[in-house]
Ligand binder design. Structure first.
Ligand code: ACK
Length: 214
């Protein structure tokens, strides 16, 4: 392909520094380990296994998906809609390569993905594409997340969609079922295998705004 067709990355985003990647992975593993042991989770195990009696080891169930990051714009090497416009956005150009701190405010689990919700600051929202939330009426930045793992055969694009799905339920006034007060925060069940842990203390993660070519 001519060079101009490959000069856009696969995606732009915030890439967590390696020291904090380890910390976030540990936190997520601890969460999965604890979730697995909760009576509330066992009660809804069929959401994951299809069978009530079967056991699931969540730490094995989810496979890691590479370096931890929060995608801003998926460009697909320029083939995604709005990719070129995004790359040419003055804020994107000005802030490319800069250091940020992204705030992880919740962890969520579904039968497909495990992820962390990222709450963006106003400055960070300048780097957020207008079309990310798709047709949902959720505010810009709602989809911001870090994929921590995916079930067998599930692509990481699913993590943000799972988060939007949970946030849409909340927006519709569905409070979910309070399940457990954990050391990390409050755990809520939203049905169909959807669990959200609101972190008592957000995790501040140093990250670099950059891009990934793959
Ligand atoms: O976990 P993620 O945010 O989900 O990070 C990866 C990254 O781009 C490389 O695959 C995300 N991704 C893939 N396809 C899309 C898409 N159509 N829209 C938004 N993000 C996407 C994926």
């Amino acid at each position: 392909a001519p060079l101009e067709e490959v000069d856009l990355p696969l995606f732009f985003g915030w890439f967590l520094l390696s020291s904090v990647q380890e910390k976030v992975r540990c936190t997520s593993m601890d969460f999965l380990k604890t979730l697995d042991t909760l009576e509330a989770f066992k009660k809804h195990l069929a959401d994951f296994t299809g069978k009530a009696e079967k056991e699931v080891d969540l730490e094995q169930y989810f496979k890691p998906k590479g370096a931890l990051h929060c995608t801003t714009k998926f460009c697909n090497y320029g083939k995604a809609e709005g990719a070129k416009e995004y790359a040419e956005n003055p804020a994107v150009k000005a802030l490319y390569g800069s250091a940020f701190e992204v705030s992880l405010t919740a962890l969520f689990v579904t039968p497909r993905t495990v992820g962390a919700r990222v709450s963006l600051t106003d400055e960070q929202l300048q780097l957020w594409p207008a079309d990310a939330e798709q047709s949902s009426s959720l505010p810009p930045g709602s989809r911001a997340h870090i994929t921590l793992g995916c079930a067998e055969g599930v692509e990481p694009v699913q993590t943000g969609l799972d988060l939007l799905d949970i946030l849409a339920l909340q927006q519709d006034g569905q409070q979910g079922e309070p399940a457990e007060e954990m050391e990390l925060g409050s755990l809520t069940y939203y049905g169909e295998g959807r669990w959200l842990l609101s972190l008592r203390e957000p995790i501040g993660a140093p990250a670099c705004f950059s891009s990934f070519y793959g």
